[in-house]
Every structure is written in C-alpha cells, then in structure tokens.
Design a protein. Structure first.
Length: 256
C-alpha cells in the first residue's frame, strides 16, 4: 500500500408510477435496509474469517505449561478468536454500509464514481463511519483505475495516489466473485505496518468501478494478544494471526 493512500449484500424493486419517474428510497427505507445489513451485515468478513484467516491462532507453549494450563488455554483461545473476528467484522460492516450508500446511487463508471464520491460530503461520511471503530485507522475510496479519490485523513486529496498495483485491488478487480480482500501487513503513512481490508464496488450491470477500503494497525492486534498472553502463567508463550495459513498478519510477542 502506498504510504500516502490514507495519509498522506435481495434488493427491493422500486415502486413504479404511471405519472412520475421512480423515486429513490426514502431515508427510513435506507435505514431499514442498513439495519438488515447489520443483522446479516458482516457476512463477507465472516466468510473471510472462516476461509481466509485459516489457522487463526498459533500457540507455542512449553509442554509443561501446556499440560498444566490446558483448560485455561482452551478458554482463552476461544475468547481471543472471538475478539479477533469481531474486530474484522466491525470493519466489514462499515465497508458494507459505505458500499451500499454508493451503489444505491446507480453509479455506472469510474468517472461517475469520481464525481459522486470525490466531494467533501463523502469525506465527512467516511469520517462519520469511522468514528467509534477503535481498530479502524483509515478509510478510502478508489476508482477502477486505482486512483484514490477520497480518504479520511484530509480533504481534498492533494497528493495523487494510485493503488492499482496493490494485490488486494487487483484481486477484487480481476475476480468479481470475490466480496472482499485482506492484505498482508503493508507499511502505512506513519511507517507502521497496516492490514488493509477492501470491498469491491460494482456498477448496476456488475462491472467493476472501484473499491472502498479500510486499514487496521497491526499494533492493535499485537496489543490485544499481548494483553491476553499476560493472563497465562510462565514464559515462552506466543500467539499469531495467519492469513491463509501462510502469511503472519500479527503476532505477540513481536519478533525483532
């Protein structure tokens, strides 16, 4: 991820009137839909937790400690897994909400997305969506060309940033069957590693028009795991979050 990228889902058919063009859904209707999305809400991120985040917890405990504290470890394992899943799911709900708000506008092209989502109102929307989600460090929107057109750090986007070369962008662009993508740790604007979660934005005909994505500081997960490990006696304990059983997203203690 370029360090400046942040820093720098049925549908209800519209009512048809003989005398007037269809009207967009009311605010109350949008709120009802949003509530439904929140109930079923982080479906895509739950799927990722099952599929993408395989081997979620890796415990390396000395054999004596394992035998003595097996019950405590099992209970803690479940607790940490639930806490980790919730952290990613909450980000997924935010991305779902932003995606639904944009796609309700029937945006058909990257150019139209730039016009519709590159304004100050969208910047304020992104800031409002991020509020209260402690693990969410930043939000941004990029067009089908990879150009970042809005982000939560500041408005307007003064320095042009393009994420087309990033794996999470390419995967969503090239695989319409994917709902979301999670990146390995990448350096953020502050120099610290970030995990990026991205969701595909589609035109009414299903064409790719861009992505909405958010960032989680790896340190947030590391601190979470460090606190839980502190509840276990002895030394030599560790915990890690893996992506596809291959890439470590976060671990505690942090390796030098």
């Amino acid at each position: 991820m370029d360090s400046s990228a942040f820093g720098g889902s049925g549908k209800a058919s519209p009512a048809i009137s003989i005398s007037a063009a269809p009207q967009p859904p009311s605010r109350a209707e949008r709120d009802r839909r949003r509530l439904s999305r929140r109930v079923l809400g982080g479906a895509f991120i739950v799927a990722l937790a099952i599929i993408a985040l395989t081997g979620m917890m890796l415990w390396r405990l000395q054999q004596a400690q394992l035998q003595e504290g097996l019950g405590d470890v099992s209970a803690l394992d479940l607790l940490v897994a639930a806490q980790t899943e919730r952290a990613f799911e909450n980000v997924g709900i935010v991305l779902d909400d932003i995606s639904a708000d944009l796609q309700a506008q029937s945006i058909a092209t990257a150019t139209t997305l730039r016009q519709a989502a590159g304004d100050e109102a969208t910047y304020r929307l992104l800031r409002a969506k991020m509020a209260g989600v402690q693990q969410l460090t930043a939000l941004a929107i990029a067009t089908a060309d990879g150009d970042v057109i809005n982000r939560t750090r500041s408005y307007p986007v003064m320095q042009q940033t393009n994420v087309a070369s990033r794996e999470y962008f390419a995967r969503l662009r090239d695989h319409p069957e994917l709902l979301a993508s999670i990146s390995p740790p990448l350096q953020g604007n502050d120099g610290k590693p970030m995990i990026y979660i991205a969701k595909r934005l589609n035109a009414p005909n299903g064409a790719f028009i861009g992505i909405v994505f958010g960032a989680i500081h790896v340190g947030y997960i590391e601190d979470l795991y460090t606190n839980y490990l502190g509840a276990l006696p002895g030394d030599g304990k560790s915990m890690a979050l893996w992506l596809n059983g291959v890439t470590v997203l976060a671990r505690s203690p942090v390796e030098p």
